[in-house]
Ligand binder design. Structure first.
Ligand code: SAM
Length: 280
């Protein structure tokens, strides 16, 4: 039976990252009913469409596509329903589409997004690292110096860091993390949703040893847990901190400053600040 046409505009559609069973019902429906599909690689998307029993006009599109191709697709969006997919996962997440979406919105065209799989989210749910705050940083640079600089720039962020990675570069990235993200728990999530799915968590040294002995195959997400909490200062150090603060502040203010800077109990610090002041 013929499916009814869709309203014109851009439909951003997430597709599986390995397991074809992860296509959503809505994604399959929109792929079946749209007029045109813009995709990174017509062979890769052709396989998904074959699996779904769908035949559609496809346009090859990536962020380096010619201005003419982008113009052609934008022109079609005014009158036709255009789906944007990437080879796998959610378009625009380390994948093409940003310029197309931006331009479509600027022209007042309808843009909607159908959620589905993304390797970064699957990895976060699997790794057992804190997920209340995370930063997705895409692929690290491949050159040693640039990779080290990128990690050094991220080191102070109090969040789990998520990177896309490849097998041949994994050990070099783990070594760079050992150097630039010291003391952090790391996780390697590999071949997600596929037969050989694996998620391994550990110190940089443990993971370096494992993946040097077992060079990893397939697709990888690399995660680094948040930076370790700074150790609480010793009693002598607390006295020194309070004395320094008391040099220019009242006991109450000194206690407040030290409590805030070191995450300590203000009341106890105030009592100690009063005692130090009376000794002075
Ligand atoms: N847009 C995709 C998404 O939403 O996940 C990501 C595209 S990016 C070009 C491809 C990278 O995603 C791979 O190099 C790998 O780091 C990660 N990736 C994709 N599928 C994966 C899988 N099944 N398991 C682990 N990582 C995967």
């Amino acid at each position: 039976m013929e499916t009814p046409p869709l309203a014109p505009g851009l439909y951003i559609v997430a597709t599986p990252i390995g397991n074809l069973g992860d296509i959503t019902a809505r994604a399959a429906d929109i792929l079946a009913r749209c007029d045109v599909i813009a995709c990174e690689d017509t062979r890769v998307t052709g396989k998904l469409l074959n699996h779904l029993g769908i035949r559609k006009a496809m346009r090859r599109y990536d962020d380096h596509a010619s201005a003419e191709m982008r113009e052609r697709i934008l022109g079609e969006m005014a009158e036709k329903s255009v789906v944007l997919v990437s080879d796998a996962g959610t378009p625009l997440i380390s994948d093409p589409g940003y310029r197309l979406v931006r331009e479509a919105r600027e022209r007042g065209l309808s843009v909607t997004s159908l959620p589905g799989p993304s390797a970064m989210i699957v990895a976060l749910t699997l790794a057992g690292l804190p997920t209340d705050r995370f930063l997705f940083a895409g692929f690290l640079p491949s050159k040693d110096k640039a990779r080290g600089d990128a990690l050094a720039g991220l080191a102070a962020i109090p969040a789990t860091l998520v990177f896309y990675e490849t097998g041949p570069r994994l050990v070099a990235s783990l070594e760079a993390m050992a150097q630039h993200l010291p003391g952090r728990e790391l996780a390697v999530a590999r071949e997600l949703t596929k037969l050989h799915e694996e998620c391994r968590r550990g110190t940089p040294e443990e993971l370096i040893a494992h993946y040097t002995a077992h060079p990893p195959k397939g697709e990888i997400v690399l995660l680094a847990g948040p930076p370790p909490e700074p150790a609480a200062p010793e009693a002598d150090d607390i006295d020194a901190l309070l004395r320094a603060a008391l040099a220019h502040a009242s006991p109450s203010q000194a206690a407040g400053q030290v409590a805030k800077a070191h995450g300590l109990d203000r009341k106890a610090l105030y009592a100690r600040a009063m005692a130090l002041k009376s000794q002075a």
